[in-house]
Design a protein around this ligand. Sequence first.
Ligand SMILES: Cc1cc2nc3c(=O)[nH]c(=O)nc-3n(C[C@H](O)[C@H](O)[C@H](O)COP(=O)(O)OP(=O)(O)OC[C@H]3O[C@@H](n4cnc5c(N)ncnc54)[C@H](O)[C@@H]3O)c2cc1C
Length: 422
Amino acid sequence: MGVSSGAGSGAGSGAGTSARAIIIGGGIGGVTAGIALQQAGIDVIMLERAEELQEVGSGLPLWTNALSALQKLGLAEAIEAIGIPATAVKVSNWRGGILADLRSEDLFKELGTISTVVHRAELLAALLNAFDQEKVQLGATCVGFRQDTEHVYARLADGRELAADLLIGADGLHSTIRAQLFGAQKPTYAGYTCWRGVADIDSTGLGTWTWGKGYQFGITPMTNDRAYWFAQRYTPEGMQDKEYGRKCEVLELFNDWHDPIPRVIQATKEEHILRNDVYEQKHLRHWSHGRVTLLGDAAHAMTPNLGQGACLAIEDAVVLASCLKTTPDVVSALKLYETLRIRRTYSIAQFARLMGWVVQLGNPLVSGIRDGIAKRIPEEVLSKSLMWILEYKTPDLRPGDAQNPGQEVQKRSIVRPQTLEL
Ligand SMILES: Cc1cc2nc3c(=O)[nH]c(=O)nc-3n(C[C@H](O)[C@H](O)[C@H](O)COP(=O)(O)OP(=O)(O)OC[C@H]3O[C@@H](n4cnc5c(N)ncnc54)[C@H](O)[C@@H]3O)c2cc1C
């Protein structure tokens, strides 16, 4: 990993090719923003407080909306090389009874691939391949910023101050930049814990999303005979692993659920299981002030019930770069960016919270009624309820592409042969 000496103080004066940006945070959102801004002709410096750029060891479904954004960055092949495409959604109850099966739904067939499941660390590596890593400064903790009418200055823990035309807070759930812009707010505990694992197993045909007993469990096939799974249940905040271990605890919760759920847990090494309490941030009415804006979890940390947090960070990155490319004034570009993004991310966060509540209904009578209703909802209605998320297209960015961030882009997605069901 290269380490740059700093952004210096000779910042340019506006958006577009002469601008210089500082990105705080080298997660999926920050690195994708780095790629997108570089492709828009902007000079980027990325500040990451960790000594190494790394992601947690779990899977990540990249839904069509994120795939489309990555395609705009020329990364379709890189993602296809590390992922397995899924072409449908199948929901079961804990005994294995089918509640919804969207395999033959026309809208989904039209989309082709609806998600490609990748390993997070492999995704980050693929993204870093497309980013000029000389522009990354590791061990660089941003403690705040100041700005005037010409520049913004990032303040670092080591006392340095770096100047640029704009600053992007892609610094996650506990964002320093968000706190300075809009006041520090403790993230809200969603009420549940999520376990995530990567199993070593032939995952062909294992895809399922299962609802029941106040918990949920999902499995998606990954490359190299691996399967990504997640499990979620209500727990008091801060609960620790049982003394007999994380894997045994998950097995105990799901041992009577339908095949292949216990089998997949069994096939997971203890050290390949993560446990996180789930948090979200309060909705912000604005993301930007002057030459500073937010991106990814710093702007819209949400519950993972729709698997969209990282996907939306990827969308943010492409939309932001497009706004900076097409709007001469940085401050106006950042305002346009937040206008294009706030409503969509807010709606998805709300929907995700609602899904968590519906899927994890604990009362057997109420969840039985829910299952009965789910079975009766026409497939077309179910797929339409997801289409507005999946069909979203970010603006085109690269040479030869149309350059209007607000445009209605044609309905097209990365389509690969239908090889797997989710
Ligand atoms: C249990 C769980 C399951 C999830 N499942 C999914 C899923 O299936 N699909 C999906 O799309 N999303 C999912 N998400 C959400 C997804 O993980 C996040 O939305 C995404 O990783 C956010 O990326 P980010 O780059 O915005 O932030 P982060 O990944 O948090 O990166 C922020 C970076 O900023 C750095 N940083 C922080 N502060 C500073 C500072 N002051 N100075 C310098 N650097 C700093 C950090 O070290 C970090 O590297 C899930 C989240 C959880 C918790």
